[in-house]
Design a protein around this ligand. Structure first.
Ligand SMILES: Cc1cc2nc3c(=O)[nH]c(=O)nc-3n(C[C@H](O)[C@H](O)[C@H](O)COP(=O)(O)O)c2cc1C
Length: 194
């Protein structure tokens, strides 16, 4: 079971190129949000709400308000045909709480793990134009805090160890595979010196 979980976690990467013509039913998006609903929440106040987008016209509107892969300077983001077919807009209900950063991480990881388990994939997008809220007609007390792009992945993402220069930037090789360097276990486990 732990091996299965490790495989799922390793497979759950940030994907940015998708089979755009593979639509995703609202029922699937609801099932993913249900995984977020069951996540831990500080003081159990559960301030997160979600807007589900799967219509092509609305998805196109959302797409034009997001920024992709800041380290890939020569890549403007997925081209038409490779864009996400769905989005889950993560909203903070400010009537319930002023912040939810920790809740957001747990909730979105549950969603992305669930997406992987369903043969889908996604990407968290924090670079969001402030105009998106008005375009989607979102009420004042709800704040967009993250957008999850969801789709059927159409790219290979490979995990690798950080190189000798300790560069954490992701990169693409000649075959257009996406590489993601991760720090080693030895680097991130801090020994107790007492
Ligand atoms: C809070 C948060 C915000 C992010 N925002 C963006 C973003 O705006 N655009 C983007 O392309 N990727 C974004 N990402 C994806 C990261 O770039 C990605 O997690 C990182 O490159 C590591 O890749 P991995 O998720 O496959 O491990 C974000 C990730 C997190 C956790």
């Amino acid at each position: 079971m732990l091996d299965d979980l490790e495989r799922l976690v390793k497979k759950t990467r940030s994907f940015r190129r998708f089979c755009q013509n593979e639509s995703i039913d609202k029922a699937i998006l609801k099932r993913l949000v249900n995984l977020a609903r069951l996540a831990g929440s500080a003081r159990n106040v559960q301030p997160l709400k979600y807007m589900l987008i799967n219509e092509p016209d609305q998805a196109a509107q959302v797409f034009s308000h997001l920024a992709w892969a800041g380290y890939l300077h020569d890549w403007p983001g997925p081209q038409d045909g490779e864009r996400p077919s769905a989005y889950i807009i993560c909203l903070l209900d400010s009537l319930i709480s002023a912040e939810a950063d920790c809740d957001l991480g747990i909730a979105t990881q549950n969603i992305l793990l669930g997406a992987t388990a369903m043969g889908l994939g996604g990407c968290r997008i924090g670079s969001i134009s402030p105009k998106l809220k008005g375009i989607l007609g979102i009420a004042d007390h709800l704040k967009i805090i993250l957008v999850l792009a969801i789709g059927k992945p159409k790219e290979t993402v490979l995990l690798e160890d950080l190189g000798p220069e300790n560069d954490i930037k992701y990169w693409r090789d000649g075959a257009d595979q996406h590489h993601v360097p991760k720090r080693s276990l030895t680097e991130i486990i801090v020994e107790n010196s007492k």
